[in-house]
Design a protein around this ligand. Structure first.
Ligand code: AMP
Length: 298
């Protein structure tokens, strides 16, 4: 997009800011007036899951900033950085209609100017689950979220439990680095048939979409078995077999872990354990789906 086109677009969407100074000035003004500011970081491809975070922020904070930035450092070279859904106008309008007061859309050079060389690594909680097949991922996420928090200086920042490990990585980072922000988690928003909403669901063909819905359904059945006291390996093996039978092309992981710190639970029953959670990542053609569910009602 040319500079003229960006300028014209920004005239139409006067709540879009593109550089850190403008963002800081606005947030400082609000906080100077005693208002609490919530930040909702997104990569665009806006759906009802993102909007639920904006709604929640509008409930618990006085002003909401939503960011749209497709962060290159969390994609591996073979991943979908180029094809990731991008429609800034539609995304900014949807976020604004949901209650965002300001949309921060930095360019890649605003975020990573020449000479940039720092990265944040959060150790234990980033290992396993998505950290195994996407070893670059949590470093990229932690670094960009750290930057967004420093740039915006919100009182709170909201993240979805859809990316549960990411939520815990960010909680750990903000605690470890004494960042003065409250991290608020929010429940997974699902399609009517149970599929967790995701910007990447648009990649699914009609047939894949039909298979995709069985991830949540089979996980729910496995959870009933786990909650009933069946051994973890038995339930996981059954779930794996069922998903492959249904048409998933590969299973990245199916694991039960403690929902507070992600300690793996690999044997026995979960009946007497605190906050066990089932985590899944499965491949359907070119699309990788993730989901997670608490085994006992929280
Ligand atoms: P993304 O744009 O995928 O980076 O997601 C931005 C934020 O939206 C993250 O905090 C995600 O966890 C959250 N999110 C994505 N999908 C959902 C969903 N289905 N339900 C709730 N939150 C979600």
């Amino acid at each position: 997009m040319s500079t003229d086109q960006i300028f014209q677009k920004d005239q139409e969407n006067s709540n879009i800011v593109r550089n850190v100074n403008e963002l800081r000035a606005k947030v400082k003004d609000w906080q100077g007036d005693g208002l609490q500011v919530g930040l909702v970081p997104t990569m665009g491809g806006i759906h009802a899951g993102h909007l639920s975070l904006v709604h929640k922020s509008a409930e618990i904070a006085d002003r909401t900033v939503a960011s749209i930035f497709v962060n290159p450092t969390q994609f591996a070279p073979h991943e979908d950085l180029e094809s990731y859904p991008r429609d800034e106008n539609a995304d900014a309008s949807a976020l604004t209609a949901a209650g965002a007061d300001l949309i921060f859309c930095p360019s890649a050079t605003e975020m990573y100017p020449e000479g940039f060389q720092t990265s944040i690594s959060v150790n234990t909680v980033s290992t396993g689950l998505c950290g195994t097949s996407r070893p670059h991922f949590f470093g990229g996420v932690a670094t960009v979220v750290c930057k967004l928090l420093n740039q915006c200086g919100p009182d709170m920042a909201l993240f979805g439990e859809k990316d549960y490990q990411q939520l815990l990585v960010i909680r750990r980072m903000t605690q470890d680095l004494d960042m003065p922000v409250e991290i608020v988690g929010a429940p997974i928003i699902r399609e009517k048939d149970g599929l967790a909403m995701s910007s990447r669901n648009v990649y699914l063909s009609a047939e894949e979409r039909r298979v995709a819905t069985t991830l949540n359904q089979e996980m729910s059945k496995a959870i009933a078995l786990l909650a009933g006291g069946n051994d973890v390996p038995f339930c996981i093996a059954g779930l794996r077999a069922k998903l492959l039978e249904n048409g998933f092309t590969d299973i990245d992981y199916l694991e039960v872990r403690n929902g507070h710190d992600l300690t793996p639970i690999t044997s026995g029953s979960v009946r007497k354990l605190e906050s066990p959670r089932l985590f899944a990542a499965a491949q359907l053609g070119r699309t990788r789906l993730i989901d997670n569910m608490a085994i006992f009602k929280e």
